[in-house]
Design a protein around this ligand. Sequence first.
Ligand SMILES: Nc1ncnc2c1ncn2[C@@H]1O[C@H](COP(=O)(O)OP(=O)(O)OP(=O)(O)O)[C@@H](O)[C@H]1O
Ligand SMILES: [Mg+2]
Length: 244
Amino acid sequence: MIRLDKLTKRFGTNTVLNGIDLTIQDGERVVIIGPSGTGKSTLLRCINFLDRPDEGVIGIGDLSVDAARATKAQILGLRRRTAFVFQNYALFANKTARQNITEALITVQGRPRAEAEARADTILQETGLADKADSYPAALSGGQQQRVGIGRAMALDAELMLFDEPTSALDPEWVGEVLDLMRRVAERQQTMLIVTHEMQFAREIADRVIFMDGGRIVEQGPPAQIFENAQDPRTQAFLRRVKQ
Ligand SMILES: Nc1ncnc2c1ncn2[C@@H]1O[C@H](COP(=O)(O)OP(=O)(O)OP(=O)(O)O)[C@@H](O)[C@H]1O
Ligand SMILES: [Mg+2]
């Protein structure tokens, strides 16, 4: 289970996360939607301290971290329990697809190289990239690069996978294959927290949709409830805008 308790983040005088309370069950798929600049990326990044939260508690499984006094060991603990998929893939340009997947397995998880490579090859099969194992990112399409990015996250076997707009940097022709791979990740009962502007996909994959605005959770519920019967005027206005 994932538990956020009054998670707060400020950049200077700008309060970007304003006391976020959120519980996610094991295997649950939660999609976050909301206007630009509302704190969606910051929320994901604070969960594993890519951005350092100012206050609040982050709980993942048996680990509970008070943000204001987090130790290095606790931050490492959060990073080991999470895997992040970035909008811009964030692959190492000087490493092959296989090396991009083995890197964290070896350096963060301390797995022997042979074991990491075997794991990477399994993942490359599952992501349909076996024939690209030795290709560098520059030789891959955007869709293939993001599938490596997702494969790298899958390989970590993290308790929580975080996706920050994984398709929004892609040419439209590559979006479908990336969403297909995310569906397959979901079938593994992987706990997923996804920021996306793909409303149709959100409706299909989410157990729960959260609408954020101004650093707060404004409204949340099952997809049908949020997309067809939103209660808050801000949610209604946002959905009218994105449906156009
Ligand atoms: N490193 C930073 N330094 C200062 N301000 C930041 C930083 N990162 C984000 N912000 C500010 O925090 C607010 C929330 O940003 P965030 O990127 O979380 O929004 P978002 O909901 O992900 O938006 P988008 O839909 O455009 O990706 C914005 O006002 C942004 O300018
Ligand atoms: Mg963002």
